[in-house]
Design a protein. Structure first.
Length: 389
């Protein structure tokens, strides 16, 4: 009973720490760029004019459009806050904290209590995930469906219930509707299921779930002569004609640095390579770790190919990998280094904390001048409006 109370207390402290880091001076530091401005106007149209949408913003890499789920996730907060732009930031906070809870739930149920605590701390303190947690962008909302899909994946493997396979597929479709970077994750999961369960009926249920999760874009495609599909395959075809793009490998270094290692590239590279090596040589006895390792290797292979072939490849395109490594890092360090593992993971957590604290007063968002916050944008807008009349 005492141990259970201690864990609950630790969980509450992790949650509060994550909350404070994400809402610190949020009213002063929040800003937004062009993309958020476009998205917020769509939300305004939905709330005031009831004009629903089947697509999101046009992607930066091609002529196709993201799905609309990110837009609809913004709607409740904008309605509650009376269309004030700060609603976007608070939605990001809510999604990030809910993702943290799901991460701890996953680790607690399928990996272990130590992993739940230390993985939760890394997620709470990672400088990039703190930015994800107060900045409304499509990819920043993706950890939520990714973690839900991992939960339903392991529930499917452990229980074989059809509802879990359907829910897994639905969350994959939902994730793709937030950001197309989830396509490589979905493909990896499909391949994993084919080799793991070898039951085509259950895989069919999974695909059916994907269909319902991806329904807004499917509806848009049927209404518009498969506009998105044609644009997407045109982009893939164009990418396929190019030689291997080694410049995209920078995304792996930057991602490992920003998501895992407190913006330290050297530590990020060492951490990424050492985790892949440990995953390769370890002979796990735990079935859940074996399954997670198998899935991780499939995702790694597909992501390496994608990073070499696509015209553009950014660190957040590997978001599923960073989430999985946040789950695995504490467990792998504990298994292989025993007491030293505690020191290593504690050092990593401290590095992330120091990096996050050093950036705590930076503007939320991107490509905005220093000090150009939402408050100043509003003041300028009021000044311009008053001058017009």
């Amino acid at each position: 009973m005492l141990k259970l109370l201690n864990f609950h207390l630790i969980f509450i402290l992790i949650f509060l720490l994550a909350l404070v880091l994400r809402v610190y001076r949020i009213d002063v530091l929040t800003t937004f760029g062009r993309d958020q401005g476009i998205d917020f106007l769509v939300v305004l149209d939905i709330i005031e004019n009831h004009n629903l949408t089947l697509i999101g913003i046009k992607t930066s890499i091609g002529e196709f459009f993201q799905g609309p789920n990110y837009i609809y996730m913004l709607v409740p907060a904008f309605f509650i806050f009376g269309l004030h732009p700060i609603a976007g930031a608070y939605t990001a906070v809510f999604v990030s904290l809910l993702s943290l809870i799901l991460l701890i739930f996953f680790c607690l149920n399928f990996i272990g209590k130590r992993a739940a605590i230390f993985s939760g701390l890394i997620f709470a303190l990672s400088p990039e995930l703190v930015v994800f947690g107060n900045t409304p962008l499509y990819q920043n909302f993706l950890p939520l469906p990714l973690l839900l899909s991992l939960i339903f994946l392991f529930k499917s493997l452990n229980s074989n219930r059809l509802i879990h396979f359907f829910a897994l597929g639905f969350m994959i479709g939902f994730a793709i509707e937030i950001h197309f970077l989830a396509i490589t994750y979905a493909l990896s999961l499909f391949i994993f299921l084919i080799f793991k369960i070898k039951n085509y009926f259950k895989i069919g249920i999974f695909i059916l779930g994907c269909f319902f999760g991806f329904l807004p874009t499917i509806t848009f495609e049927l209404r518009n002569q498969f506009f998105n599909t044609n644009a997407y395959f045109s982009y893939i075809k164009q990418s396929g004609t190019k030689q291997f793009n080694l410049d995209n490998l920078d995304a792996w270094i930057k991602g490992a640095s920003d998501f895992l290692a407190g913006n330290n590239e050297v530590i990020g590279i060492l951490l990424l390579l050492s985790m892949i090596f440990i995953l390769t040589v370890n002979k796990f006895k735990d079935t859940n770790l074996l399954n997670l390792r198998s899935f991780t290797f499939i995702y790694l292979f597909i992501s390496i190919v994608a990073s070499l072939k696509l015209n553009s490849f950014q660190d957040h395109y590997l978001l599923p990998l960073w989430i999985i490594l946040i789950i695995l890092i504490p467990t792998l360090l504990f298994i292989n280094f025993k007491r030293l593992g505690y020191f290593l993971i504690s050092t990593l957590i401290a590095i992330n904390l120091v990096s996050t604290l050093s950036n705590l007063n930076n503007n939320h968002g991107y490509d905005m001048p220093k000090g150009w916050s939402l408050q100043k944008i509003q003041s300028t807008a009021k000044l311009i409006q008053s001058d017009l009349f």
